[in-house]
Design a protein around this ligand. Sequence first.
Ligand code: G3P
Length: 491
Amino acid sequence: MYILAIDQGTTSSRAIAFDQAGNIVHIAQKEFKQYFPQPGWVEHDANEIWTSVGSVIGELLSKLTAKKIAAIGITNQRETTLLWDKNTGEPIYHAIVWQSRQTVSICEEWKQKGYSDAVRQRTGLLIDAYFSASKIRWILTNVPGAKAKAENGELLFGTIDTWLVWKMTRGKAHVTDYTNASRTMLYNIHTLQWDKELLSLFGIPESILPEVRSCSEVYGYTTAAFGGEEVPIAGIAGDQQAALFGQACFEAGMAKNTYGTGCFMLMNTGAKAVSSQNGLLTTIAWGIGGKTEYALEGSIFVAGSAIQWLRDGLRILQKSSDSEKQAYSLASNDGVYVVPAFVGLGTPYWDSDTRGAIFGLTRGTQREHLVRATLEAIAYQTKDVLNAMQQDSGIELKNLRVDGGAVANNFLMQFQSDLLGVPVVRPVVNETTALGAAYLAGLATGYWKDRNEIAQRWQAQNTFTPQMPIAETTKLYKGWQKAVEAARLFK
Ligand code: G3P
């Protein structure tokens, strides 16, 4: 018997089977189309997402020798917003992706109306186009007939977890979990309820919202692709919270950083929702068995997607993995800095209008410099976040657990450790997001006993320790700060 994790990410859908030892038995992955209808807008077709999920599940099952699946855990790109017709099951508009900036003006209006404090106190977030609320508002305003349909109770809203569970249960369950709800900017993370006052300020009818459930329980059953057999869907968490769980960061003060499309650092703060003074988000880490735990989060919008830009946009890399060799081919960055603010800047700046910039070019600048500077930028942004996190939590980080595609890059990991001045630890199982979702589903169904069992299983594969002299990292980081400052002047 295996646990099946579905990891529905920003650029691809994956299905991963885990065995009782928490090892990966098999992975199937499928990319799907990204839509960029206007500069700064990013959208997905929710039916294409559903098809991609069906196809990776089918592929995975065809490769497994033991077909039996004990339970399914779902983890997903967070905030991405979808509205669909309750009766036909058809989306009324594309899913608006978390990165999309098409709702900046709605957010500006809400800020001007003075809603920022209420949002901060109740949801732990700040008003930004990143979160779901303004995306829902945009669809209700811009899709003809949507507002009336929503008011008549004919529309359903969901983040991608909700959409998948609804599809998998053939419309029986319209649910989400605490972690995904906490990213909508509509959910009170202290009372654990949809916030009626915010809903009314934003003009969003409560009838479209899913029921919010814990991260580890049976939400419904699916037979889709399982030959008629009913398999319980028993775990849901947003991908960053799932990674925190998969990294076994169960104690307050433990943190992980995931290098995916973006880069997200979460620190477990236990039962306390710590409010940030430095541009971090307060968010729900998970709610399990009646207990809620919180996290501080730093959100970097562009990380892995900057390497994709080198490959697909500038075409100076053939494969993303070539970036490691190119970066190592130089002795230093020679003063070149890339600020990859392609969709604005998240933590700690929260600046929607800044765009990407390159500084320090000379006649001697080669493509290797751009590659190295882009990798370094991921590490600098992480340092910005860690600084904010240590100030807010008062906790000195002992080490940073890392995961996601880019952690295979040894140059990046070593530079990250140099810059942060703490060990950076890469685990044996790098697929921690999917693993976290699998653990949540397995705990609900008795496949795994408890968190202790999970924590004991976590193992480091490689630890990068700081090597660079502090004077040098200080100088490099100052250069980054100057570059960001300069990029922000150009709007
Ligand atoms: O908040 C957005 C995040 O959930 C997306 O994650 O892995 O697709 O970069 P990822």
